[in-house]
Design a protein around this ligand. Structure first.
Ligand SMILES: Nc1nc2c(ncn2[C@@H]2O[C@H](COP(=O)(O)OP(=O)(O)OP(=O)(O)O)[C@@H](O)[C@H]2O)c(=O)[nH]1
Ligand SMILES: [Mg+2]
Length: 303
């Protein structure tokens, strides 16, 4: 049996469900997901190891025509880098919106010669009749290798897309150990978990103004202790940064209520990540206009 190994970039407009698809393929959640656009800010590697193939999925930030901040430039750079190294590409669109002008612009930015599959996502939200016209329109705009109407959330048809993706990978041995799911350390995943919860509980401009730093991480020592003793908690000190004083008030909420909710939700998810109790010490600070400030961007790892 030939073994295949290669990378697949998942690209598309913000909020179409790229990170949801990555998590669906991996069978576990490594990418944060939210109903707000521009959730993903960095490239994220997800490794799926099967007997006959290892697929290196690269989740990318959604491409949009928003205000050109330094953060937006970073996102475009991450996007281009992911595409350059990919053996195949999944361009994701959304069934309810159909084939849009923005999708047309994105397809024009794809490097020539790449194998591109079109995944029309969120088919659980539309009547089947709406699919054919958009498939035809998209196919006129680009010679897609194949088109798959899918539901990343429910899983519909994802297996057929996966099979097609494996088929376009080059032959070769696995590059990562079978038990490795991503190249990001737990600490970075924890940082994203805090950001995801902040996104879920805030609105308007606030979600875009949030960045998170893990300031301290002391792992619990469960593995060195007897299994019958309670494992020691992992201590995590994190700071939620916003761009303005007024946003700090919003994030903290009435009597600290919102920050408490964000912290509680983040802690619960981190406990799944660390497989043991977590003590999350969560703070809020202002980093004035950080999305336009190269120093802050660098500190947050966006530069
Ligand atoms: N109904 C439905 N909702 C979905 C589906 N896939 C994703 N979603 C929802 O769409 C929203 C956006 O999903 P994400 O996976 O964060 O989208 P994304 O493309 O990674 O977004 P960015 O990182 O901002 O570019 C979330 O609320 C998901 O739950 C689907 O198949 N059906
Ligand atoms: Mg995403």
């Amino acid at each position: 049996m030939t073994h295949r190994c290669g990378s697949i970039a998942i690209v598309g407009r913000p909020n179409v469900g790229k990170s949801t698809l990555l998590n669906r393929f991996l069978g576990e959640k490594i990418a944060i997901v939210s109903p707000k656009p521009e959730t993903t800010r960095d490239r994220l590697l997800g490794v799926l190891t099967l007997e006959r193939a290892q697929i290196l999925f690269i989740d990318t930030p959604g491409i949009y025509r928003g205000p050109k901040t330094l953060l937006a430039k970073h996102q475009v750079k991450e996007w281009a880098a992911a595409l350059k190294e990919a053996d195949g590409v999944v361009l994701m669109t959304e069934a309810r919106a159909g084939w849009t002008e923005e999708d047309r612009q994105i397809v024009r930015l794809l490097p020539r010669g790449k194998t591109v599959f079109l995944a029309i996502n969120k088919v659980d939200r539309v009547e089947k009749e709406r699919l054919l016209p958009q498939i035809e329109e998209a196919s006129r705009a680009h010679p897609f290798k194949e088109v798959f109407p899918i539901s990343a959330m429910k899983g519909d048809n994802a297996i057929h897309l996966l099979e097609a993706l494996i088929g376009c990978l080059p032959e070769g041995p696995a590059l990562y150990p079978a038990d490795q799911v991503t190249d990001k350390p737990a600490r970075s995943l924890a940082q994203e978990i805090v950001r995801e919860k902040a996104l879920l509980f805030t609105h308007d401009e606030v979600p875009h103004a949030v960045a998170v730093l893990i300031e301290e991480w002391r792992a619990g020592q469960a593995s060195q202790r007897s299994a019958v003793l309670a494992p020691q908690a992992t201590y995590v000190r994190a700071t939620l940064y916003v761009e303005r004083e007024s946003q700090k008030g919003i994030i903290i909420g009435k009597e600290g209520g919102l920050l408490k909710r964000i912290g509680q939700a983040a802690r619960q998810e981190m406990e799944k990540l660390t497989n043991g109790p977590v003590f999350l010490d969560l703070w809020v600070k202002v980093a004035e206009n950080w999305r336009k400030d190269p120093k802050w961007l660098k500190r947050f790892g966006y530069g």
